[in-house]
Design a binder for this molecule. Structure first.
Ligand code: 13P
Length: 249
């Protein structure tokens, strides 16, 4: 059975003091759902966040990593460095990384391989832009993003992959994909996985939706059969809102 997951992507928000304050607020929240809960602080706050949350049910994950083990890559962070501060899951392929840091499918393939080689679980993000949806190319775009970065993997490796469908037009815009649009795409993704691998593999993969998920819309989105949770941006920066989403299952 695939898992329900709610992950908060804090992006480039919160210095150390603000991170500590948010974690203190998170620890005051009650979880009533069965979802796996994760938060992704910025690199500088990973170590502290891991220590502060290690006795809780909240997993601390990273927002990005480099594919190389170490070396002359100024400003970058490797898989083994993440592991050394307790991180076991990394977000890769976020549309902000693709758009502002020129991350291509080819680069992401290397990052995915490096993470898996280091036993780090990957939350792999992808999603179409508004123009793709308007021209009815959204499925083609998503299929190629997944195919290019993941379909070289064996079926067994997919156990360590979580997919996150984040339509670019819905990120930080307040505009959410409708629950039906999310379900249609998630179903399409699962079918694409079944065609490439098999039904069992496809049914075992958690597919998260991301893009303006809020306490007010989470329940309806999560009620869809192929939506296994959410990757949450803005609403993850307030503990009450985040747990309202966690508990929307
Ligand atoms: P918002 O929830 O702020 O739209 O961000 C979604 C996102 O990009 C999560 O990775």
């Amino acid at each position: 059975m695939r898992k329900n997951i709610v992950a908060g992507n804090w992006k480039m928000n919160n210095d150390l003091a603000q991170t500590n304050a948010l974690i203190a607020d998170l620890k005051n929240q009650e979880q009533t759902s069965n979802a796996e809960v994760m938060v992704a602080p910025t690199f500088t706050n990973l170590h502290q966040s891991f220590n502060a949350l290690k006795d809780s049910k909240v997993e601390v994950i990273a927002q990005n990593m480099h594919f190389a083990e170490n070396g002359a890559y100024t400003g970058e962070v490797s898989a083994s460095m993440l592991k050394s501060v307790g991180v076991e899951t990394v977000i890769l392929g976020h549309s902000e990384r693709r758009a502002y840091f020129n991350e291509t499918d080819e680069l992401l393939t290397k990052k995915v391989d490096a993470a898996l080689a280091n036993n780090i679980r990957v939350i792999f993000c992808f999603g179409e832009e508004l123009a793709d949806r308007k021209s009815n190319n959204h499925e083609t775009v998503v299929k190629s993003q997944i195919t290019n970065a993941l379909f070289h993997l064996e079926a067994s490796a997919l156990q360590n992959i979580v997919l996150a469908y984040e339509p670019v037009w819905a990120i930080g815009t307040g505009e959410t994909a409708s629950p039906e649009q999310a379900q249609d795409m998630h179903k399409y993704i699962r079918q694409t996985l079944a065609n490439k691998y098999d039904e069992k593999t496809a049914n075992g993969i958690s597919i998260l939706y991301g893009g303006s998920v809020k306490p007010t819309n989470a329940k309806e989105i999560f009620s869809k059969p192929d939506v296994d949770g959410g990757l949450i941006g803005g609403a993850a920066l307030k503990a009450e809102d985040f747990y309202a989403i966690v508990n929307a299952f």
